[in-house]
Design a binder for this molecule. Structure first.
Ligand SMILES: *Cc1c(COP(=O)(O)O)cnc(C)c1O
Length: 418
């Protein structure tokens, strides 16, 4: 037997095999009808990964809750001393519900009304990434009304002539932050209820190349320092957002965290800031999650080997948005045990969008087999489109101390249809 792919975990897969064997033994006919796809998060693996990320004192780490807001995931991040970046009132409530102090919460996002800003202040949130002139005015008003003085980072959106430096369409104008020329127009003294002492910039996702990231970060320093100088602003904090990538295609391109830390230590020094922040989503939790679903049908169509799965983009939308597949395997098998074959993997929705990729699986993969997808811990359950065609919602499990626990039951369409 050869080793499992890097993203797989044999203990977890054995536990899943046992779960399916039990379900088959007790209720074979209804198994697939009551659960047609589920996520499982390996919490021990997550804790270990997060502890590794914290082995440094260069970067203050926040967790971008949108990547995965499950309570048990948030609790694991809390235990590893992460702080929390929330972008909606729902995310705020979910983090507070886990007993986390509001002082460890940061609010980002382009859609902050005055009402929302005030509500966040009332809940005790004291750190804001501000993305527009209106947000700045509203937060200042709300803070004076409530007699508090929140810490504020201004979110900057840069553009360069050189497209090479903008892998995620950096020259596409987005609603995230403002140009330096707009920020230059403000007077800090007009916002006396705010402690404006940092800048935030984040325009690139799923980066996998150290050299490119370093070059992007270094290119930002000059315009950011110039802005701070023009505003006569003490630049204490620089927040570089998220964007650290995962090697979804398993091209041996995984980032090396020590290299990231070394590069950022250099950036921190060049920017002369006291604190360098990152809010990690994908890189924090992506690897700890898996998605499992069943093969419903197999056919050969115009020379294509097709597998139709019980769950698709109704549970896992990302491949349809990015065109990038999650890695897949037949549950608890070694690919090298068998002859392999490229399969087109389709979900159950009646739209050609519902495709999870074209991926290699054992050639003898058959109806009833379970497939496990890796790197599904981020941008999975809550990013999907679960209501289309009235399928069941995915279930969610956690795996901790070799034990599988269901934290969300699969819900039938009747639970949400009106
Ligand atoms: C989504 C988001 C992140 C996390 O991004 P990843 O690429 O998943 O690390 C960080 N900061 C902000 C403001 C975000 O919107």
């Amino acid at each position: 037997m050869t080793e499992f792919s890097l993203w797989r975990d044999s203990k977890l897969e054995q536990a899943l095999i046992r779960k399916h064997a039990l379900a088959r033994a007790t209720d074979y006919d209804t198994e697939a009808l009551t659960e047609n796809g589920y996520f499982v998060y390996h919490l021990d693996q997550l804790a270990q990964h997060l502890a590794m990320l914290q082995q440094q004192n260069t970067i203050k780490l926040w967790y971008a809750v949108k990547a995965n807001p499950l309570s048990r995931i948030i609790q694991t991040l809390d235990q590893q001393q992460f702080n929390f970046d929330v972008a909606s009132y729902g995310e705020l409530e979910q983090v507070l519900k886990q007993g986390i102090d509001a002082k460890r919460i940061l609010n980002t996002g382009p859609a902050k009304s005055k009402r929302q800003l005030k509500a966040f202040l009332q809940q005790g949130v004291n750190t804001f990434v501000i993305e527009s002139l209106n947000q700045l005015t509203w937060l200042n008003e709300a803070a004076s009304e409530l007699q508090c003085k929140p810490t504020v980072l201004l979110r900057v959106q840069l553009q360069w002539q050189n497209d090479e430096k903008n892998p995620l369409g950096g020259n596409t104008v987005t609603p995230f932050g403002l140009s330096t020329s707009l920020w230059e127009g403000i007077q800090l003294s007009d916002y006396s209820a705010l402690d404006i002492c940092g800048l935030h910039i984040f325009q690139w996702g799923n980066m996998l190349c150290h050299k490119k990231m370093y070059s992007l970060w270094s290119t930002m320093i000059e315009p950011l320092l110039t802005l701070a100088e023009k505003l006569a602003m003490p630049l204490k904090i620089l927040d570089l957002g998220g964007g650290l990538g995962l090697d979804y295609d398993a091209q041996q391109n995984a980032l090396n965290w020590s290299q990231v830390v070394a590069d950022l230590a250099d950036i921190k020094q060049q920017a002369k800031v006291d604190e360098l922040w990152l809010e990690l989503g994908r890189y924090a939790v992506g690897q700890c999650g898996y998605y499992v679903t069943e093969v419903i049908d197999r056919k050969t169509n115009y020379q294509q080997e097709q597998l139709v799965l019980a769950g698709g983009i109704n549970h896992l939308l990302r491949p349809a948005i990015t065109g990038q597949a999650f890695p897949v395997a037949l549950l608890n098998t070694q690919l090298s045990d068998n002859e392999s074959c490229n399969f087109h993997l389709h979900g159950p929705l009646c739209t050609s969008l519902d495709k999870l990729g074209c991926l290699t699986l054992p050639a003898n993969t058959k109806v009833g087999d379970k497939l496990i997808f890796g790197f599904c811990g981020a941008y999975g359950f809550t990013e999907s489109m679960p209501f289309f065609l009235c399928h069941q919602l995915a279930a969610e499990y956690v795996f901790q101390n070799n034990q599988l626990t269901q934290v969300r039951q699969s819900q039938p369409a009747s639970s949400y249809l009106r």
